[in-house]
Design a protein around this ligand. Sequence first.
Ligand code: FES
Length: 126
Amino acid sequence: MALYSDKVMDHFRNPRNVGVLEDANGIGEVGNAKCGDIMKMYLKIEDDIIQDVKFETFGCGSAIASSSMATELIKGKPVSEAMQLTNKAVAEALDGLPAYKMHCSVLAEEAIQKALDDYHSRSENK
Ligand code: FES
């Protein structure tokens, strides 16, 4: 069996939603101290819906594929649904990741949660 699924390879080679959202109202950046990889998520939320999402990942192939898949999973979804997104769901949507690469999908979950926290604190301070 190949180490990486076709979906992982596809999202690594052709990542969806890469870039910066200038008008983001929720931004989250996380890193993994062990490998040094960094992921940044930008959310544009309107009427409680994730209207747009982009990411920048300085990291391994699994981290890039995880961020790409995670953006696809939350785009167009209500905030409440995005808050439930787990790294396990991201890995499952990618048809699995090798066990020692699961931590890469954790970055995607954390970056989205952090961006949602940022969105919530901004709206509280309005
Ligand atoms: Fe660092 Fe994958 S090895 S996120």
